[in-house]
Design a protein around this ligand. Structure first.
Ligand code: ADP
Ligand code: ZN
Ligand code: ZN
Length: 852
């Protein structure tokens, strides 16, 4: 191939198309679709991705510049991911480079030096083939003729250079060996690592291995003199552990309580060898994951599993919506389906919401699949994430468990994608590219004939509606239901308390009498309680009780949040901070204080009502440090506390046997938000949190406190009645033309000057309406036609000013087969072009999750 089509990393819209570059001869071996390259662009060198290759006469194209460098030896992206990025750029109206960048670990975003070291191939067929393992059979690998000798020279050179050399060194020493190096990298005989070495290079560890066969070592044991008892002990230990070798030296010393000298003498005698091995900085290392065996499935599970397994075996694409109540045993379905997929030699991705990426969740996957599980967690360091990503790319992991971006795991034969808690809003990325991991999952699976399982106790309206009606041509999941709990226990009883009545009766506390007495009973019985404070929509703002003044951010026009630890006020959007006022800046009253209920206040109140009560508080304040989330949950599991108190974090995925009471302090604070999903989110949250109670032997009870107990989301959640809620909510959405009865596009325009923004926003709306009319798309959604488009706005955004810029928004509602996304983008680009120098910014959010 002579010409590469490259998407360049230049943050200008006009560059959002492939540019042609010629491929210099020495780079030809390395450049593939998916390669990351350095190319000249204008007067600079920029990074880019090769999305296609073409043959042609380079001399015929004037001005064609050559690719300067290839940045990774094995392309970080596959042709499949390149296709996916192209799809994303259309689907989410984002630039191609932004989609491509989203697929890579941060460590690969910059430029860094490359190092080559000797690998530990998983199964190197080429090497195993002959007795002299380094020589290759030319018949077996005709495309790599006679690389055996060269391979040996290369590995020798690397060993002599201390196990690792820079790519530059290697190319200088073996200028003609590119093909061999590439082939060795592919097989894992060589390993590439890049990045600034000391910061996040690979980690090495001294390890011990037998230098002779186990049998001859066993024989040697008898000839050891009595005074070498310690050495004998080490050697017999290593023989016993043969299957686990090499073992880290440190661990051997610690386990046997011997000195390094003892081990060293064994090495000198030639029985063992000590070498450096590479370790992945596995963040879960040092933790024991109890191995688990597949459970005998319940009848309900069996039906569901059989259906999924059949499709997995057929290597066919299909999407399943697994609606199973909390405790129905969805995880076991996931585990067995993954096993099935692995039996086919394919890999699996498990997406979980970031918030549920708890050790408990990880444990279930590591327990079943051991070190073959890569965990991709946003709390990992850049280096740790890079390690996990490499584990996948190098074929050392077959399952990736992670949040949203794990959907881009670089597997080459992905057979199954699981999206747990598929209704979670956190699958939507709020920055560019504004993708939804569930939709990307479905698309990726479609491309690769893979199966998708969307699991939830409370499926999103979009997925449920699509499954029930089968009306969406792109997305028609097969509905699978598990209405009972796997352990046969009942769903907990839910009681709703009307807090207005409490007030009438003279109870001014934040605890109703019922919640108070239920809590007291748990304390007596030594059982545990989870308390949820729904803080969404509740803010801990500072208000003057005399005049009503509320402290707001001077930049963003939103109320500031009180932080008691530092005793100051902070803006959650831009980070502005100021000391908390001692008197009101408006009326000088001293009655200015923070308002609303924070978890800290609930904790104080608990202490007052139940002296000596042990509370673990889990919120953003107590979980910012790495590992703190895990630590707090561990303490609660070890029964070091009576109450786990927290925000949404406590609602998801936790499974503690001794929790028999769940209390929701205010169920409806999220109901009053300006968000058409408020009822759905309230229902989901209540169902999830209620599911935390009575999961094991002890029966559970749930107390929900509310100021609007008559709301259907609260009534149906307390009856565990998903279907009734769904039907009522669908009815509601149909009447108001909200998804799933249409789709939305949120267009936000921002500018420093309000009058300019006003004019440009009006222009946007008019241009869009005009074009839509021309194309006969524009028309009310009330009409019968299957294609329709409506525009709301422009209006000031709910966050009317952010970082010094004013913001206006339009909402496009549409349905049918029209290209509304393309139109929204086209009008935005035209307007940006015509107003290029004014500093106008337009952001497009397709299928937005947050309208506030
Ligand atoms: P879900 O994810 O659907 O809320 P879980 O997967 O957490 O439910 O399962 C709930 C409990 O039931 C867990 O303790 C799990 O170990 C147990 N469980 C699931 N399936 C079985 C089974 N087939 N036999 C015995 N126990 C099971
Ligand atoms: Zn005041
Ligand atoms: Zn601000």
């Amino acid at each position: 191939m002579d010409i590469a089509k490259v998407i360049v990393d230049v943050p200008v819209r006009s560059t959002d198309r492939p540019f042609d570059y010629s491929i210099p001869q020495p780079l030809r071996v390395w450049i593939e679709v998916g390669s990351r390259v350095a190319v000249p662009f204008g007067h600079r060198t920029v990074q880019g991705f090769v999305i296609a290759l073409e043959s042609g006469d380079v001399r015929e194209i004037p001005g064609l510049k050559p690719i300067q460098e290839v940045l990774d030896l094995i392309p970080p992206l596959s042709p499949e991911l390149i296709d996916l990025a192209e799809w994303m750029s259309q689907r989410y109206a984002c630039r191609r480079i932004s989609a491509l960048q989203a697929m890579l670990p941060t460590a690969l975003k910059g430029k860094a030096e490359r190092f080559i070291s000797l690998g530990d191939p998983v199964n190197d067929q080429a090497a195993d083939h002959s007795a002299d393992s380094i020589f290759l059979d030319e018949e077996l690998f005709p495309m790599f003729p006679d690389t055996g000798r060269e391979e040996r020279d290369i590995t020798d050179f690397i060993s002599r250079s201390g196990g690792e050399v820079s790519m530059k060194q290697l190319t200088r020493t073996f200028p003609e060996a590119a093909e061999s190096v590439k082939f060795m990298l592919r097989r894992g005989v060589l390993v590439e690592s890049q990045t600034i070495k000391d910061k996040m290079g690979k980690k090495k560890l001294k390890a011990v291995n037998l230098a002779v066969g186990a049998d001859s070592a066993r024989e040697a044991l008898s000839s050891f003199p009595a005074r070498s008892a310690r050495q004998k002990e080490v050697l017999s230990f290593l023989i016993e552990m043969e299957a686990m070798l090499p073992l880290p030296l440190k661990e051997v010393l610690a386990m046997l309580q011997v000195t390094a000298g003892t081990v060293k003498s064994l090495e000198e005698k030639g029985y063992i060898e000590i070498s450096e091995i590479e370790v992945y900085r596995d963040p879960y290392r040092g933790r024991d994951f109890k191995p688990t065996e597949p459970l005998l499935l319940t009848e309900e599970q069996e039906v569901v599993y059989t259906r999924i397994a059949r499709t997995v075996d057929e290597l066919r694409h299909e999407v399943f919506l697994l609606h199973g109540v909390t405790g129905s045993g969805k995880t076991e379905i996931y585990l067995q389906s993954i096993q099935r997929c692995m039996d086919q030699g394919r890999q699996a991705v498990v997406l979980v919401p970031e918030i549920s990426l708890t050790p408990q969740m990880v444990e279930r996957f590591k327990g079943r699949f051991g070190s073959g599980v890569a965990v991709m967690h946003s709390r990992l360091s850049v280096g740790e994430r890079y390690d996990e990503w490499r584990k996948i790319r190098e074929g050392k992991a077959t399952v990736a468990v992670g949040a949203r971006s794990a959907i881009f795991a670089p597997f080459t034969n992905l057979g199954l994608i699981i999206v747990d808690e598929e209704h979670e809003g956190s699958y939507k990325q709020e920055e560019n590219p504004k993708y939804h991991a569930r939709d990307v999952a479905v698309r990726r699976a479609e491309q690769g004939d893979a199966v998708v399982i969307l699991g939830s106790a409370t499926p999103s309206l979009e997925s449920y509606y699509a499954a029930r009606t089968q009306s969406d041509i792109h997305f028609s999941p097969v509905l699978l239901e598990m209405p009972s709990r796997a352990l046969g226990n009942e769903l907990p009883k839910v009681q709703v308390v009307d807090m207005r009545e409490e007030l009438k009766e003279g109870n001014r506390s934040m605890f109703s009498r019922l919640l108070h007495s239920s809590l007291a009973a748990r304390l007596t019985r030594g059982e545990q309680t989870v308390l949820l404070l729904n803080r969404r929509g509740f803010s801990t703002f500072v208000m003057c009780r005399s005049c009503g003044y509320v402290a707001g951010c001077p930049e963003c026009d939103i109320s500031l949040t009180y932080h008691s630890r530092s005793d100051n006020l902070r803006c959650h959007y831009c980070g502005h901070a100021e000391p908390s006022p001692k008197e009101c800046p408006e009326c000088a009253s001293e009655h200015i204080r923070f308002f609303g209920t924070g978890t800290q206040r609930v904790e104080e109140e608990l202490g007052k009502l139940f002296p000596g009560i042990r509370v673990i508080r889990m919120d953003v304040d107590t979980t910012t440090e790495k590992g703190s989330h895990e630590k707090l949950l561990g303490q609660f599991r070890d029964k070091k506390a009576d109450v786990l108190l927290g925000t949404q974090m406590v609602a998801k995925g936790l499974d503690f046997p001794d929790v028999t009471l769940v209390g929701v302090i205010t169920a409806d604070s999220a109901l009053n938000l300006p968000d058409f999903r408020a009822a759905e989110k309230t229902f989901q949250l209540l169902t999830q949190v209620a599911g935390r109670a009575g999961r094991h032997q002890l029966p559970g009870e749930v107390v929900v406190q509310s100021y609007t107990p008559e709301h259907y989301s609260i009534i149906h959640a307390s009856g565990h009645d998903y279907t009734s809620f769904m039907l009522e909510e669908l009815n509601h959405r149909r009447g108001l033309h909200y998804p799933p009865y249409c789709r939305l596009i949120l267009v936000t325009l921002s500018h420093e000057q309000l009058p300019v923004l006003l004019r440009l926003s009006e222009n946007y709306a008019l241009n869009l309406q005009g074009k839509a009319r021309q194309r006969r798309w524009y028309g009310s959604l009330d009409k019968q036609s299957s294609d329709a488009l409506e525009l709301l706005g422009p209006v000031a955004s709910p966050m009317p000013r952010l970082k010094g810029r004013y913001r206006f928004q339009c909402i496009i509602k549409w349905r049918g087969s029209i290209n509304a996304i393309g139109l929204a983008r086209e009008i935005a680009e035209e307007l940006e072009d015509s107003a290029r120098d004014t500093g106008l910014q337009i952001s497009i959010d397709v299928d937005p999750q947050m309208l506030m």
